[in-house]
Write a new protein. Structure first.
Length: 350
């Protein structure tokens, strides 16, 4: 098949009429793609790519045909897409400046395959190599933001929040120029998730809450639940209390399974072990991260909340009694109380 394809390519290349030549290449490409859909030999497609990239093939022709090929790549079986896609990128590399648009289309197609296979990191790596600021072609702010946000989302799926933040920061510089509602929502979702991963829970709670008011109705409840969860995990203090009040007073919160815990925290009531266990079961892995002292985010949030609640009940309490109430040692209770008093989260009278 490959030798036959090479012969056909040479026959088309010998044609003098530009239009006839282009049509000949298109017909051959359609035949090769159709064969590829049925599991045909990859060698023929590779020969076609080799021929298109040769310098003797007029650039206007090769660009047109490689664009058609890149757009048809998704018609091939996934393994063939990956094999031919990577082959094309390798072959084009020496002349990448001449084929930036075609390279971008191939990379987008490859990234989609890896994303469907849940190989998030590889999908992100392929997108990162798309030239966005080379000067050879002009991309709109929305086109750039779309790629930055997708890279950030892929890294978040792989729980690589540092890498995700780097690309969402690039999107932040351009997002004000984007009018596409869906793209703005996707950006805000990524930003909220990054704050969540960074354990900036109060910021994440606010972002999720804002999203719960602008996303599609079937997504609002999930965004609201994320907002409540992050607010519960946030450090005790006036800003958290204000966020809890906002969430508690939102009538939609009553439909969320985590609402009883929100209510107790807002009303500054001590959380019991069964309630803590229920909240823990709802947390995602990154929200269970441990601090250097071995405590989790939840441990610290609950300790601070229960200590603050105790300060509303008791005018005087020993560290032994406080430790028993919080489920920790008296020494640990003393350290937590001292830290909260230093940060003015609780009065010294507690």
């Amino acid at each position: 098949m490959s030798s036959t394809t090479v012969a056909q390519l040479e026959q088309i290349a010998a044609l003098s009429d530009h239009k006839t030549k282009t049509e000949g290449y298109k017909q051959l490409l359609n035949t090769l793609i159709a064969a590829g859909e049925c599991g045909g030999d990859e060698a023929a497609l590779r020969s076609f790519i080799d021929h298109m990239i040769e310098e003797r093939t007029p650039l206007v022709v090769s660009r047109t045909l490689l664009s058609s090929f890149a757009n048809d790549l998704s018609r091939l079986p996934p393994d063939t897409q990956k094999s031919i896609g990577h082959f094309t990128l390798d072959k084009i590399q020496p002349r990448v400046v001449a084929f930036e648009e075609q390279v971008s289309i191939v990379r987008l197609a490859l990234a989609d395959i890896y994303e469907r296979q849940e190989d998030w990191r590889e999908a992100a790596r392929i997108l990162i190599a798309i030239p966005l600021d080379s000067g050879q072609r002009v991309l709109t702010p929305e086109e750039k933001v779309q790629i930055y946000v997708k890279i950030a989302r892929l890294y978040l799926e792989d729980e690589e929040s540092v890498q995700a933040e780097a690309y969402i920061n690039r999107a932040s510089e351009l997002i004000h120029l984007c009018k596409d509602h869906g793209l703005n929502i996707a950006y805000k979702v990524c930003f909220a998730r990054i704050m969540d991963f960074k354990r900036a829970f109060l910021k994440a709670a606010l972002r999720y809450y804002q999203l719960s008011q602008i996303v599609e109705e079937h997504e609002q409840e999930q965004a609201l639940k994320f907002a409540i969860t992050c607010a519960l995990l946030a450090p005790a203090g006036p800003p958290r209390s204000r966020m809890l009040a906002t969430l508690y007073k939102d009538e939609r919160s009553q439909r969320i399974d985590i609402y009883p815990i929100l209510e107790k925290m807002y009303l500054e009531r001590v959380l019991r072990q069964a309630e803590i266990a229920k909240l823990e079961s709802m947390l995602r892995p990154h929200q269970m991260a441990k601090y250097p002292d071995g405590t989790t985010v939840l441990d610290r949030a609950v300790m601070e909340h229960n200590l603050l609640s105790a300060s509303k009940i008791y005018n005087n309490i020993t560290f032994e009694e406080l430790g028993s109430l919080l489920g920790i040692s008296p020494e640990r209770a003393e350290k937590v109380a001292a830290a909260m008093m230093k940060e003015e989260k609780v009065g010294a009278a507690a």
